[in-house]
Ligand binder design. Sequence first.
Ligand code: BGC
Length: 715
Amino acid sequence: MDIKKLLKKMTLDQKIAQLCQFNARCLLPDVTGEITGPAKALDLTKEDIAYCGSTLTFADANSMIEVQKKHLELDPNKIPLLFMHDVIHGYRTLYPIQLALGASWDADIVKECSRMSARESAAGGVHVTFSPMVDLVRDARWGRCMESCGEDPYLNSVMARAQVEGFQGNLDSDEDICACVKHFAAYGAAEGGRDYNTVDMSEYNLRENYLAAYKSAVEAGAQMIMASFNTINGVPAIANKWLLKDVLRDEWGFDKPVISDYAAFAELTAHGYSPDDKESARLALNATADIEMMSTCYLKNLRALVEEGKVSEEQIDESVLRILELKDKLGLFENPYRYANPEKEKALALCPEHRAIARKAAQKCAVLLKNDDILPFDKNIKNIAVIGPWSDVGMIGEWPGHGEPEEAVTVIEGIKNALASSNVTMAKGCEGVLNELPDDKRINEAVKTAKEADAVILCVGEHSKQSGEAHSRADINLSPAQARLVKEVCSANKNTVCVLFCGRPIVLTDIIDTVPAIFVAWQPGTEGGNAIADLIFGNVNFEGRLPMTFPLCVGQVPIYYSQMSTGRPQLQPDQIYCSRYIDCPNEPLFPFGYGLSYTSFEISSPVLSQAQMDKNDTVVVSAKVKNTGGVSGKAVVQLYIRDLFASRTRPVKELKGFTKVALEAGEEKEVSFEITEKDLAFYGASGNFEAEAGDFHIFLALDSTSKDFVTLNLK
Ligand code: BGC
């Protein structure tokens, strides 16, 4: 398609409407041709509907085909709509939430999960998914922790790339969809962990930590970026010219469409940044925002702004071109329905191959926090009790696509599938609502059930709907009802494993000494119950590690391993005038990178191929990792560095690489990583991204707390 020729043919109103995105329900006038319902609420005209450029949120391939067909009948230029959807942790078959994927420390499985949902959703008619969400998060109160791969810029960057590659492939097969990376930028740094709240941070912190994963996704070829709801240093992201134009487009070379988050244009007024929709449209266009999602600032005001000379038609043309180019790239002018295929969509939904991927992912993402030698359970156990509010609930996460909780395997179902001949009983013990107080009768029933069983699986934590967008929490402890249930059940039966469901780190301090064993299952998706049974009975070993610090108490947040030293680091426990709390240690309950398995590992001190390097050298750091336990397992070897002195203070530790090493019982292997200048570089006082001469500590470790390093000198 000759896009430029097409653009010349378009009227100004047609161009403006290309920049608008409405829910698919808005684009189907009712049988009488009248504008009703959601379209009426947005005050859309027949022309607006006919010229509109893209749509979000639709039911399936059939409805996609219906909406596209209707649109092509109405649009005089016959420009197909782009269909976008939130395919976040799956379309119909649901894999674990992104925070769980971060815990897998396994880019291959993450890519496989994204491929699986691209395959399902491409058949459902999706062209663009609003994923991956790669917002760095260090505050467990924020509800959207569940959508992020966690607190670390390196881990997040690796997972961002894996997801983009998984969704997009080469964008040339019927299994590929476009990735829209979000929420640009630093949405995860909302003050107080309260969703949509202000973000205020130095450019140094922004570039060093928060921008890394978006940049990685852009470099991996992501086709779209969604600007975030929040302000950054006083300027809302969608109107932030420095962020969108100077950094994203000019520095990073991103020449593809930028979309707003839901009604974020109109929200510029609530922010106190723009007095009305007209000014919001001007500010966003000047910042090079292309698509306005679910508000009408562009639609209702751009014509007047052009006529008044406040924006130019050339600016609008640039945005329209970016959108038309994407449509052309996807081949929509040749086939507006692209891969929408109702039969294939049905055949792929919950198919055995996809269920197998979801099960494998849920196994790999679980993190074993404690095990006083009670796990794995013997498969011949006679009486097993499944207790807790989430025993029989499908935990599919807050963005379940078209999946349903009823389609997911619950813990009790998973246990029954695994143990055909055992007697499985159940007691809920409480409801699972936030801040719930204990009900003696229900707790006593649960205790009785626990006493009568040989082993107990206790399912507590958060429901899928207790994290996610607009679900920030001020208190991230278990509710009083759940905490008491855990304590009483664990004292009634010492053979109890606690399965923790959550979309964020939970404070476990109150219960950790009472539980004999506990692991984090996150929100594990369609195959959750089966994967949990696989782990509990030792069919597979735990290999997940924490992608986010688990705090000792909520007052420690934001808490993350890669903090700065401060001028007064706490060196002794009894030190007074140092950076510390007087009522709580600085250390978390469980650190970043931590996780146990059914075996144990040891790692030797790191060794360098050379102790000094030039900027062009590649140095190899290696160590021996040994399985010192009785069964095979996978160690996650983590490479950290510390830059001792620099023109800006540097974190006490930074992750720069990781690898999973499969080891039989007693086996030892050498692991090595290459270190180049890039791994030592940062945004120093000069403003450039480069390494500064001096000493660096290099750690090869099994979690982020290691003190065993070797010194590398950069000349
Ligand atoms: C969310 C986005 C999402 C969009 C469209 C917004 O409320 O912040 O993450 O992609 O809605 O559903």
